[in-house]
Design a protein around this ligand. Structure first.
Ligand code: UD1
Ligand code: CA
Length: 415
C-alpha cells in the first residue's frame, strides 16, 4: 500500500453534453462503464484511500463501486473545486499527496500516472499538472506559463481570450497536490468565471501567486488524455480502448483478421491460436478456448463458453451457452441457454426456441449429435448422444441416444 497517496475521483457530473438520463460515468466502452477503468487505475497505484465524488443519480453509481471504495455525495454540482473539497472530508487523517483523477478520462495509463507521482514527490511540488500537447485542443483548459515558462495557471476554454485559445498545451484534469497546499488554495477559489463554478484548476494560479511550487509534466501519448464529454468522444475513446484490447489478444497469440471490425468486450478470454474473423462481436463474460474459429459475423453474448477447436461461423449468435470441443456451427444459428456436447454438428439455420413468452428454457445436445439444417429445438428439450434430426424438424420432445427425429412436429423414427 502506498501510504502517502490518496486518490480522489471526480464523478458527480451529469454530463450535460451526453444528452442522457444515465450518469456520464456509467456509459460504457467495450462493455464496461468508464468509471470502472478509472477505479482500476486508482487501485493499481495502491493508495491509502480512494474517494469517489458522486452527484447526479448517485445511488445508481454507488451500486457499481467496489466495497473498499468510499464515496461522498456532492450536494450541488458547483464545480470541480467544490467536489474535491467534499472528498477531503473523508481524508481528514491523511497527510501526503492527493491525486485527483476524473471519472470521464478512462484511457489514462498507470505508467503515466506513476511518472507524474514520482516527479511530484521527488521534487516536493505543491501542485503538478499532467498536461498534453494538442493540435486542436477544443474543450480543454489551457495551461498558462510565465516568461520563464513555469506553469502559472490554467484558463478554461470558455474564459480564455483569443491568444489563450491558441495555446496547445492542455490540462488533462489529472493533478497531484500536496494536501496542505490543496486545502489552503481551495479556500480561496471563487466562482468568477462564465460558468459560475468553483474550478479546481484555479488552485494553480492561487498557489503560483503565493510563490508555491507549481509544475506540469507532459503526457507522452495524448490519446490517454481524452476526456469524454459527448457521445462523439465516447465513440472515439471506445475505438481506442478496443484497439488496446485487440492488440493485447494478438500479442497473446490470438489471430484477429481485421482488428478494425472486431468488437471484443473488456474481460473476454480467448485461447491461443484461435482465429477471429471480421465483423464479429464478443460481449462481456465470454470465454473462448484454443484453436477455435469464430466469425465472420458471429455474435457471442454473455455466458457463452466455447471449448477448444470449435467453429462458430457466420451469423451464429450464442448466449448463456456451453459449446463443446470440436463443435461445428458454421452457418446462421441461434443457440441460447444451450449445452452442446463434443463434436456436435449444428446444421445451418438451427434455432433453439428458448423463450416461451414468459420463461427461458434450456436445450441439451449430447456428444456427436447431428442437428439437421433448419431444426427448431423447442426448449426444454434434450437430444441424446449421436442422435440425428432431419432438415426442418421442429423438435418438441426429447430425442433418445442414436435415434432420428424428423418432421413437424418431429416424430422419432423406428430404428
Ligand atoms: C475539466 C477541466 C479542464 C480540463 C478537462 C480535461 C476544470 C474546471 N476543468 O474540464 O481544465 O482540460 O477537464 O478533461 O476542472 N465534476 C464533479 N463535480 C462538479 C463538476 C464536475 O464531480 O461539480 C466531475 C465531472 O463528473 C467530471 C470531472 O469532474 O468527471 C470534470 O468535469 P467536466 O465538467 O467534464 O470538466 P471539463 O469541462 O471537461
Ligand atoms: Ca470532461
Amino acid at each position: 500500500m502506498n501510504k502517502d497517496i490518496a486518490v480522489i475521483i471526480l464523478a458527480a457530473g451529469k454530463g450535460e453534453r451526453m444528452k442522457s438520463e444515465i450518469p456520464k460515468v456509467m456509459h460504457k466502452l467495450c462493455g464496461r462503464n468508464m468509471l470502472a477503468y478509472v477505479l482500476d487505475l486508482a487501485a493499481s497505484l495502491r493508495p491509502k484511500k480512494t474517494v469517489v465524488v458522486l452527484g447526479y443519480k448517485h445511488e445508481l453509481v454507488a451500486k457499481s463501486l467496489p466495497k473498499n471504495i468510499s464515496a461522498v455525495v456532492q450536494k450541488k454540482l458547483v464545480g470541480t473545486a467544490d467536489a474535491v473539497k467534499e472528498a477531503l472530508t473523508k481524508l481528514k487523517d491523511f497527510q501526503g499527496t492527493v491525486l485527483v483523477l476524473y471519472g470521464d478520462t478512462p484511457l489514462l495509463k498507470k505508467e503515466s500516472v506513476d511518472k507524474l507521482l514520482k516527479y511530484h514527490i521527488e521534487n516536493k511540488v505543491d501542485a503538478t499538472l499532467l498536461t498534453a500537447q494538442m493540435d486542436k485542443p477544443a474543450g480543454y483548459g489551457r495551461v498558462l506559463r510565465d516568461k520563464l515558462s513555469s506553469v502559472s495557471g490554467v484558463v478554461e476554454e470558455k474564459d480564455a481570450d483569443d491568444f489563450e485559445k491558441d495555446i496547445q498545451e492542455v490540462n488533462t484534469g489529472i493533478i497531484c497536490f500536496n494536501k496542505l497546499s490543496l486545502e489552503a488554495a481551495l479556500k480561496q477559489v471563487r466562482p468568477n468565471n462564465r460558468k459560475k463554478e468553483y474550478y479546481l484548476t484555479d488552485t494553480i494560479k492561487i498557489l503560483y501567486t503565493e510563490g508555491k511550487l507549481v509544475d506540469g509534466i507532459k503526457l507522452g501519448d495524448l490519446q490517454e488524455a481524452l476526456g469524454i464529454n459527448s457521445r462523439v468522444d465516447l465513440a472515439k475513446a471506445g475505438a481506442l480502448m478496443q484497439q488496446r484490447i485487440n492488440e493485447k489478444f494478438m500479442l497473446d497469440g490470438v489471430t484477429i483478421v481485421d482488428a478494425g471490425s472486431t468488437f471484443i468486450s473488456y474481460g473476454v478470454k480467448i485461447g491461443q491460436d484461435s482465429v477471429i474473423y471480421p465483423f464479429t462481436a464478443v460481449e462481456s463474460d465470454v470465454k473462448i478456448g484454443k484453436r477455435c474459429s469464430i466469425g465472420p459475423f458471429a455474435h457471442l453474448r454473455e455466458g457463452t463458453r466455447v471449448a477448444d477447436e470449435a467453429t462458430l461461423g457466420n451469423f451464429v449468435e450464442t448466449i448463456r451457452s456451453k459449446i463443446g470441443a470440436k463443435v461445428f456451427a458454421k452457418h446462421f444459428s441461434y443457440l441460447g441457454d444451450a449445452s452442446v456436447g463434443r463434436k456436435v454438428n449444428i446444421g445451418a439455420g438451427t434455432v433453439t426456441a428458448n423463450f416461451d413468452g414468459r420463461n427461458k428454457h434450456s436445450t441439451v445436445i449430447k456428444d456427436n449429435a447431428m442437428i439437421g439444417s433448419d431444426t427448431i429445438l423447442v426448449a426444454p428439450v434434450k437430444i441424446g448422444k449421436g442422435a440425428f434430426t432431419g432438415a426442418g424438424a421442429v423438435v418438441l420432445n426429447d430425442v433418445p441416444e442414436n435415434r432420428k427425429a424428423v418432421g413437424v412436429p418431429a416424430r422419432i423414427l423406428k430404428k
